[in-house]
Design a protein around this ligand. Structure first.
Ligand SMILES: NC(=O)c1ccc[n+]([C@@H]2O[C@H](COP(=O)([O-])OP(=O)(O)OC[C@H]3O[C@@H](n4cnc5c(N)ncnc54)[C@H](O)[C@@H]3O)[C@@H](O)[C@H]2O)c1
Length: 320
């Protein structure tokens, strides 16, 4: 039975990855520092099912303070490194310091441990490293030019992994996730905020004109790509993970309104610094080398997100 370490195991994507690995019959040791970026009760809920599985072990630990404890690395076949401080808007100003701690510093320490033990490390990078890309779809070879401090720290992490690889033979794969959504999505992300507003009947603030678009990736698809990268990714390679469901915020709102049969009270406000206008992944590399393709398109993914709230039955499904 394979055993893996998942960092950021109580987060949105990390907890979904843990569940998938456990369902595949793997043992999982998870590390999470339960940082204050959003409330802990959501993270506790996200790993509640995993914690009742004897194949899962949770270690509460801050990876920016110290490397993974030896017990977390014992007998593992590889490390999925998802722990990070996410989000572009909070990374400006005084908010920047924890990004250095949770992203750059933590990744440096995890990379050292992985190289020392000869363990493969799959790293959760981000489309934010591209900034406002010059071409769409954007290939992995496009020049990175992040427009947010968060994006700069994710690119820093990629470069740190490269340096550990060139000097100490670290075996790593970097995945650039494009806007991941689905059940358990972080409360600061747009779809989670829209659904919360639909349930509560409260106003929803759009940053900018709502015509900014994203290549949306359903969380189970992101998780499948992450597991495929551990098994089949080329060493020191970078892969885009894009769901292929490009939509503007306005289009996404329209789908959610239709599925929920409710109307959103939208308030337009000023653009947020660090937000890009458009993202769209060129996924030829990951399709060709890992045989991965996204399986869930936006409408179906949003319906399952609505369903997971327990408060709204999406149109086309009945609860009888
Ligand atoms: N959600 C997305 O759309 C998206 C897009 C691109 C990249 N990513 C990357 O994917 C990863 C997971 O993102 P998410 O949306 O699930 O975020 P999340 O905030 O839900 O999960 C991250 C987890 O890491 C933990 N963590 C943070 N700093 C830590 C530290 N110093 N030590 C130990 N644990 C720590 C947090 O407590 C949290 O539970 C992150 O690396 C993020 O940068 C996410």
């Amino acid at each position: 039975m394979s055993r893996y370490l998942v960092t950021g195991c109580a987060g949105f994507i990390g907890s979904t990855l843990v569940d998938a690995l456990l369902a595949d019959g793997c043992e999982v040791v998870g590390i999470d520092g339960f940082t204050d970026y959003y409330p802990r009760d959501r993270k506790d809920a996200a790993i509640a099912a995993a914690r009742s599985d004897p194949a899962f072990e949770l270690i509460e630990h801050d990876l920016g303070e110290a490397p993974p404890p030896p017990a977390a690395l014992e007998g593992v076949a590889g490390i999925f490194h998802l722990a990070a401080r996410p989000g572009v808007r909070a990374s400006w100003g005084a908010g920047f310091e924890p990004y250095l701690h949770d992203n750059a510093l933590a990744t440096h320490l995890v990379a050292e441990s992985a190289a020392d033990r000869g363990l493969r490390l799959v790293f959760a990078s981000s489309s934010s490293v591209y900034g406002d890309a010059l071409a769409h779809p954007t290939s992995e070879d496009a020049p990175p030019a992040p427009v947010s401090p968060y994006g700069v720290t994710k690119l820093t992490c990629e470069h740190l992994l490269g340096a550990h690889s060139r000097n100490f033979g670290l075996d790593y794969v970097a995945l650039r996730y494009f806007t991941v959504y689905g059940p358990r999505q972080r409360p600061d992300m747009a779809f989670a905020r829209i659904i919360e507003a639909l349930v509560a009947g409260s106003p929803f603030e759009v940053y900018g004109d709502g015509r900014q678009s994203r290549d949306f990736t359903f969380v189970q698809d992101a998780v499948a790509a992450t597991i495929a990268a551990m098994h089949k990714g080329a060493s020191a390679a970078t892969y885009n993970v894009g769901g292929g469901s490009e939509a503007t915020l306005r289009e996404s709102v329209a789908i959610l309104e239709e599925l929920s049969d409710r109307t959103l009270d939208v308030r337009y406000t000023k653009e947020a610094a660090g937000d890009v206008r458009r993202t769209l992944a060129d996924t030829r590399r990951i399709r060709g080398e890992l045989g991965w393709e996204p399986a869930v398109e936006l409408r179906a993914g949003l319906a399952s997100m609505l369903e997971a709230t327990g408060a709204i039955v999406p149109a086309g499904r009945d609860n009888g």
